[in-house]
Design a protein around this ligand. Structure first.
Ligand code: BES
Ligand code: MN
Ligand code: MN
Length: 449
């Protein structure tokens, strides 16, 4: 079935379901409908498209095994914008195979990964006429915009979504050929800062020197976030950070990772970050506070002698257990207000966020997933954490009481969110075999409890 599975994924990838851009609203809805039709076609008896205030969530279930465990698979069918378009080798929504990789927006994040579970369900239904467990699929269309409507949807649909364990494939393997289970993700706090000075832009000759300059004020504020050191200078920022255990540091250090090769690949002459921690520790288990964008003043050709009236920046923090996005957002705002020079006003807007997560490694579902990956890839997985954020993981825990198994089949150079996003086809097929074996393994592991 490999060629057919690939063709079907290509059909899904052709739909430009960019959740952030309102011009694509109809495409996002078309993608949800396409996915729902496919889930019906593979034989799932209950398939629904649940509307939300913005983009719909697709829900499907097969619950023909009363008394057996229930698995909730989560994925997201929305994708990131595609700019800069000129840097794509082939157009983002015309999926193309080159060198064993499928290139398209969404190939790895997350259409290609969610699809391995769809094909696993199909494999069981077609070969045995039944699944070894009850399965529920929750596939949202707003992950890339921070899942603004998902928490309330999960709360409303608590009864429908009751399960024993959640499974998500939306992460990466540590290296090619090295299947991986991710047991921790960082959280996120994202905010926008805008400074306003005079009532309009002014001639910098006539007014410069007598008024605060919002760009310089912003530069000072951003610099104050780190205060020149390798750590974040916001008071209280590290207050809730769970320290790394020695055992975990040893486990990270035992992974095949070469900091020097990592540096060279990125094309920089030095790495940066918090002193006293390895690169993997910095990426997976230490928080950051970054600037993501900055604007203000004159950007055009040549010189314009202007004193700008406003300036702004997007900032975000990657968070680790037990930091809370709300609290960190407040601490950052308080720090900025305390450092705000006279003569400028600040507006601070929280955009979105998500909580960090850690899955207990000793849960039987994690061990079942390890056996599933071994069945699909021929070797047992390594256990890793990652630096990205999947907001639903915390919600599944808090609202439904579910542990989440993160069984990703992306690769570190999958170019997620970037031009030339790609899915390794060996990983796609290995992922389908793993997801298929996983359902049997979960049936055995959770039944025995
Ligand atoms: N699939 C990623 C999450 C991810 C990234 C996991 C890297 C592991 C490694 C997800 O689609 C994503 O991009 N999440 C956003 C957060 C969201 C609130 C916009 C992120 O991490 O920036
Ligand atoms: Mn994703
Ligand atoms: Mn993403």
């Amino acid at each position: 079935n490999e060629a057919r599975f690939l063709d079907e994924l290509v059909d899904l990838l052709r739909v430009p379901s960019i959740s952030a851009l309102s011009a694509h609203q109809a495409d996002v809805e078309r993608c949800a409908a396409h996915l729902a039709a496919h889930l019906r076609a593979i034989g799932l008896p209950r398939v629904e498209v649940w509307p939300t205030a913005r983009h719909p969530t697709v829900y499907a279930e097969w619950i023909g095994a009363p008394g057996r465990p229930t698995v909730l698979v989560y994925g997201h069918y929305d994708v990131q914008p595609v700019d800069p378009l000129g840097e794509w080798t082939s157009p983002p929504f015309e999926p193309t195979v080159r060198g064993g990789q499928l290139f398209a927006r969404g190939a790895v994040d997350d259409k290609g990964q969610l699809f391995i579970h769809v094909k696993a369900v199909e494999a069981h239904l077609r070969t045995r006429g039944a699944l070894p467990v009850n399965a529920k699929l929750l596939i949202e269309g707003e992950e890339e915009i921070g899942s603004p409507n998902l928490d309330s949807l999960i709360r409303q649909r608590q009864d429908d979504l009751a399960a024993d364990v959640a499974v998500i494939s939306d992460t990466s393997m540590f290296a090619p050929g090295l299947p991986s289970l991710t047991y921790g993700l960082r959280g996120l706090m994202y905010a926008q800062v805008e400074l306003v000075g005079a009532r309009s832009d002014l001639h910098s000759g006539s007014f410069g020197g007598a008024l605060a300059n919002p760009i310089l004020a912003l530069a000072g504020l951003l610099a104050s976030l780190h205060g020149g050191g390798s750590r974040v200078a916001v008071p209280g920022f590290y207050g809730d950070v769970r320290p790394l255990s020695d055992a975990e540091r040893r486990a990270f250090a035992a992974l095949p990772f070469d900091e020097e090769a990592f540096r060279r690949d990125l094309g920089v002459d030095a790495l940066a970050g918090e002193e006293g921690y390895s690169v993997l520790e910095r990426l997976w288990a230490r928080p950051t506070l970054d600037a993501n964008g900055i604007w203000g003043g004159f950007q055009g050709e040549g010189a314009k002698t202007v004193l700008p009236a406003r300036a702004g920046a997007k900032i975000s923090a990657r968070l680790v257990p037990d930091q809370d996005p709300e609290r960190i957002g407040d601490l950052v705002e308080a720090h900025l207000r305390a450092h705000l020079p006279p003569g400028v006003r600040m507006t601070y807007t929280r955009l979105h966020g998500g909580k960090p997560c850690l899955t207990p490694l000793n849960h039987p579902a994690v061990q079942a997933a390890a056996r599933g990956l071994e069945a699909g890839f021929g070797r047992p997985p390594v256990f890793i954490r990652e630096g990205g954020t999947i907001p639903v993981v915390a919600t599944l825990d808090e609202v439904l009481g579910l542990p989440t198994v993160l069984m990703g089949i992306g690769l570190p150079d999958g170019h997620a969110h970037a031009p030339d996003e790609r899915l390794d086809l060996g990983n796609f097929y290995g992922g389908i075999r793993s997801a298929t074996a996983l359902l049997d393994e979960l049936a055995a592991a959770l039944e025995a409890r």
